[in-house]
Write a protein that binds this ligand. Sequence first.
Ligand SMILES: NC(=O)c1ccc[n+]([C@@H]2O[C@H](COP(=O)([O-])OP(=O)(O)OC[C@H]3O[C@@H](n4cnc5c(N)ncnc54)[C@H](OP(=O)(O)O)[C@@H]3O)[C@@H](O)[C@H]2O)c1
Length: 270
Amino acid sequence: MQHFLVFYVCIGAIIKNEFFIKTQLNKNFPIKKAFVMGSTSTIAQQICMELALKGCKQFFLLARDEKKNNIFAKNLELKFNVKIIKKIIDLNQISELDPQTKKDINDYDLYLLSAGYLGNTELANNNLEESKKITLVNFYSLLPWLLQITTKKRLNSKGRLWILTSVAGDRGKPSNYQYGAAKSALTIFCEGILLRCINKPFAVRIIKAGFIKSPMTKDIKPSFLCTNPSLMAKKLLKNPNKRGIHYFPWWWKWIMFVIKIAPESIIAKL
Ligand SMILES: NC(=O)c1ccc[n+]([C@@H]2O[C@H](COP(=O)([O-])OP(=O)(O)OC[C@H]3O[C@@H](n4cnc5c(N)ncnc54)[C@H](OP(=O)(O)O)[C@@H]3O)[C@@H](O)[C@H]2O)c1
């Protein structure tokens, strides 16, 4: 009797899951192929799940941690029956892309740049290696990829580039200015691309995130200040064609407005 009960509960769960996936699927969903730089990131994984749920069929998952990336890829593949391509990258080193990679990344509907490194500011203040790593991972090593994604030809056809940057880039604070400086450089660089695309079919979206629950913010107290990454994924995918610079959650715009005009004596304590 007990076995039958377990069997029916399992079958029920499978049918419910299938039904849930089917009801979310949207035939006209414009993102069928997604390129994800930093696919082991908590936020990127939530976005990938949401993309697959809506109808994205192919993922190019680029990450540093091969084991973690393989586990996530398998999970995505099994759950949504999608095609996966994987590549291992370490953004702590910068190099020109090889001709094959340049070719491979040409025709994605969405390019999501999610890799990032908060680093240890105290260490970085006296250590060039750490300081360099923060700049490389958050900005400099993304350049070969950004240059390839935003060729003149590519920007003249439909596509999307989403960049996860940070409110930390809005003002230098003693606690995280090295990370903030790199994110600020990334934001300004991508704002330039966004403006280049203003009358083009290619849409650029810069997301200035506040605190989001992930390994990066595990020490943030109180934790209620951290927003759920799945909520972020859902919000972003509500309007997949949106372009512009947006704070997430939206109220960070007002927090940063205050921080930007606050006197130096106050910011010096942050
Ligand atoms: N969480 C927040 O509150 C917050 C706020 C503002 C902006 N952001 C930005 O949002 C993005 C996603 O962050 P998250 O919260 O999802 O953090 P996360 O889970 O810690 O993800 C960070 C990602 O960056 C990758 N990465 C770090 N160093 C790398 C390197 N040298 N080479 C290649 N990849 C590297 C990590 O890969 P491994 O798995 O190999 O370590 C991981 O995929 C980041 O750009 C972050 O700066 C986050």
